[in-house]
Design a protein around this ligand. Sequence first.
Ligand code: NAP
Length: 244
Amino acid sequence: MPDPTPMDRHCLVTGANRGLGLEFVRQLLARGERVVAACRQPGRATALNMLAGEHPGRLHVLPLDVTTARSRDELVRELPLVLDGARISLLLNNAGVLHGGERFGQVAEADLETSLRTNAIGPFLLVQALAPLLADAAASPGAVVANLSSEIGSLAQRHEFRTPSYAIGKAAQNMGSVLLARALAPRGIRVVALHPGWVRTDMGGAQATLSATEAVASLLQVVDRLGPADTGLFLDREGQPLPW
Ligand code: NAP
């Protein structure tokens, strides 16, 4: 079966209103994909709404707070109307949160909870809920689920006490990625955890080494190059494996 052309493919990006999420939407649209951009406040997503005007029928902006069951359920209900019978070929679980300035002795339960809900629990439950809408390998190349992780979530690479809520949330997300990879393997759906590098966004800050344009371009190349057996991996933006 030939690969579907980008025009046939549907992609879903979470946290799509700014930062890496917005850049994923821009680059996917530029190469001809159809995109569902999910964000917490579509009414305020000025850049996304402008892009929707420039790409009529190819970009839909839908509400999603990944931490809320009702919001995830609503997205799952609305998606079939937008997909028009098609399945999702690429799901980018990009929404994430980092609490800066945490110190040992003062780590707040609320920040740990928010990080776990946003970085790990929300994306895991979203994939579980969206599973029926992901493309199977039987009909086309199976879907890719790319979870935006971070090397900060690598247990093997933690040598100092830094951003504990985020590190714990991303480490939990990594386990979720591995488990989802196992659950979806029989359908030929590949699940990977991707570290984008240190990127100039609201989260990465102005001193970061990479632009969002560079980071997203290289991550999309990594996704494009994933083979049928490349599931359950933790990869950097060059496609090199990272230690868990
Ligand atoms: P960012 O600029 O802070 O943007 C975060 C995005 O996530 C925003 O769109 C935000 O929406 C959304 N979000 C936060 N909580 C959400 C929720 N509960 N439901 C739905 N959306 C939510 O971050 P970024 O740098 O683009 O990061 C994108 C991803 O890459 C994250 O998963 C991050 O952990 C990962 N990452 C980034 C870097 C880096 O250097 N930038 C490095 C490693 C990994 P609102 O606008 O509504 O707040």
